[in-house]
Design a protein around this ligand. Structure first.
Ligand SMILES: [Zn+2]
Length: 211
């Protein structure tokens, strides 16, 4: 069993420690420097990434269809979905707030899910490894800012609380939304970008004479 790219360290039996980045023969099983377990590739990376992404897609629907906020005020109870909140801020001419919430809560999660799915497909097909590695870097970078979405909701709560509001409760949509953010973060983390190059080395359309 050897699906590794011929010019990779894995093909030479070398693994990089995930913790301290020391390159070590994988037969040692543990890193001689920091005693972490060695793997040539993340275990079941593609399967895990697909599973987490699929779960995120499922939860994306309740996250957007259920109310994220329930506001009690003198005017009565009011429930808001994410898009409902965006529309309301837009109608009140709070354009920057509306745009930030739309980007962080609607656009970025969708783009993240689409790019993770594209990466998984690339790890199967080995197509366009260079572009896909770039996409991986962007996805990883965006992933670091995933929590911005949650902060936006927190800021939103703060903004609303300044009004004639009695109390604010998170709705069921907020829980689903937090789950989507966490699942996409784990999906990006469980993806091993080296699989793109392993697949590329064995792709029939590739110009490299690897077969
Ligand atoms: Zn180590």
């Amino acid at each position: 069993m050897n699906g590794f790219a011929p010019d990779s360290a894995a093909a030479r039996g070398l693994a990089l420690c995930h913790v301290c980045y020391l390159a070590t023969p994988v037969r040692e099983e543990r890193c001689p420097r920091c005693a972490s377990r060695l793997h040539l590739r993340l275990k079941e990376s593609i399967q895990r990434t697909w599973a987490l992404t699929f779960a995120a897609v499922l939860l994306y629907f309740p996250a957007n269809m259920l109310p994220v906020l329930r506001v009690e005020s003198f005017a009565g109870d009011q429930q808001n979905t994410i898009m409902g909140g965006v529309i309301e801020f837009w109608q009140h001419r709070d354009y920057p707030v509306a745009i930030i919430i739309f980007a962080a809560s609607v656009l970025i999660p969708v783009l993240k899910i689409v790019s993770i799915a594209a990466l998984c497909l690339a790890a199967h097909s080995g197509r366009r490894p260079r572009e896909m590695t770039r996409l991986y870097r962007v996805t990883e970078f965006v992933g670091r800012w995933s929590m911005v979405d949650i902060f936006v909701v927190a800021i939103l709560v703060g903004v609303v609380q300044l009004g004639s509001t009695l109390s604010i409760h998170p709705g069921a949509g907020a829980l689903s939304f937090a789950a989507v953010v966490i699942l996409t973060m784990f999906a990006a983390m469980s993806f091993d970008p080296r699989l793109i190059w392993d697949a590329a080395a064995h792709a029939p359309s590739d110009s490299s004479p690897s077969h």
